[in-house]
Ligand binder design. Structure first.
Ligand SMILES: [Zn+2]
Length: 342
């Protein structure tokens, strides 16, 4: 028995949650929030993300929600004469909020879902933060009226929103440009003294697959390289696991006993370094890799970004483009000569 939603075939509550939420999302994308990943990546404090999440799950405790649950029976909007305090009214359609969104062009149909979907999809991170700050301050202003009898001043709210969005932007994006937050570039780091490092990568062609591996020492000096074809299908995860098994076999047969292996397959590295069962079809290959690694001695498997794994990537793809095949010791093949010293 295996769970199809997970690459290792293991069921977790997170997978169940994803399945259930995606099932409800896909019923009507116009009415349901879809930008969950962007919401959780938004550079704002966690309490604000939690607040936005409660809004989009429709569980924020506005008065209509409290009425439906028989917690609160009286009253409507605190700012106008409307007898309904829904989230859409509170944040979007209440007349007093027109002043809050006066500088905004993404307010569609008085729908909070469309407002937030639009803000998160806009190319400007700062714009999305600004929307989040205004929603957060509106909710706090509403609670101040309820609990402290303190009335909202729109001018104060607007200046606070500007100040907060600047603060969150500088704190949570670490000063990157005002576009989507990109990960910082990584570079290849050498192994500790007396230990080698082997970068390995797969290449999947139309009719076959292949791989390349490059071994270097702690001083970034080229030691050896190897590439070969693999007779297997085009399933990338399967190929990546087979590539590591072939790489380990080649390293063992060439007498390497202490090294760090660096593939860029996060799935494989997670599975290899996890103590959880892998019930998928790749689990058997991962187990074989464990056995070979144990026979070798000191083997560490560590994930690297694809950009860092470029030398192995080029050697793997060289199989298809220029029929470079074989193994090299001390002197690298021409196709990667310009990359080995980095
Ligand atoms: Zn109102």
């Amino acid at each position: 028995m295996r769970w199809q939603g997970d690459i290792r075939g293991i069921y977790t509550a997170r997978h169940g949650y994803r399945l259930l939420t995606s099932a409800s999302i896909h019923t009507d994308p116009q009415l349901h929030f879809v930008e969950w990943q962007k919401l959780w990546k938004l550079p704002v404090p966690l309490k604000v993300k939690n607040f936005l999440w409660r809004c989009m799950r429709n569980i924020l405790q506005v008065r209509e929600m409290l009425k439906a649950r028989h917690v609160w029976e009286r009253g409507g909007c605190l700012f106008c004469l409307s007898n309904m305090e829904t989230m859409d009214h509170l944040f979007c359609s209440c007349p007093i909020k027109a002043q809050v969104w006066h500088d905004f062009t993404i307010l569609h149909n008085d729908s909070l879902v469309l407002l937030l979907n639009g803000a998160l999809c806009s190319p400007s991170v700062k714009g999305a933060i600004h929307v989040a700050a205004k929603l957060w301050l509106l909710w706090n202003a509403r609670n101040d009226v309820v609990w402290k009898g303190k009335l909202l001043r729109i001018t104060d709210l607007l200046s606070q929103a500007a100040w907060l969005s600047d603060l969150w932007f500088s704190t949570y994006t670490r000063g990157v440009a005002d576009t989507d937050v990109a990960p910082t570039a990584a570079s290849w780091t050498p192994s500790p003294p007396h230990r080698l490092k082997c970068n390995v990568d797969a290449a999947v062609f139309e009719d076959s697959a292949g791989f390349g591996l490059v071994v270097k020492d702690h001083a970034r000096v080229f030691v050896s390289a190897y590439n070969a074809r693999l007779g297997c299908g085009r399933d990338l995860y399967l190929v990546e696991a087979m590539v590591v098994r072939e790489a380990l076999s080649w390293l063992m047969s060439n007498g390497y006993t202490d090294f760090i292996l660096e593939p860029d397959s996060l799935n494989f590295c997670s599975s290899f370094n996890s103590c959880l069962l892998d019930l998928s079809y790749v689990g058997l290959l991962v187990e074989q890799c464990h056995c070979i690694a144990n026979d070798i001695g000191n083997v560490f498997v560590h994930h690297v970004r694809r950009s860092v794994n470029r030398v192995a990537h080029v050697l793997a793809w060289a199989i298809g483009s220029s029929s470079v095949l074989g193994s090299w010791v001390s002197v690298p093949p021409t196709c990667i000569a310009h990359l080995v010293s980095y």
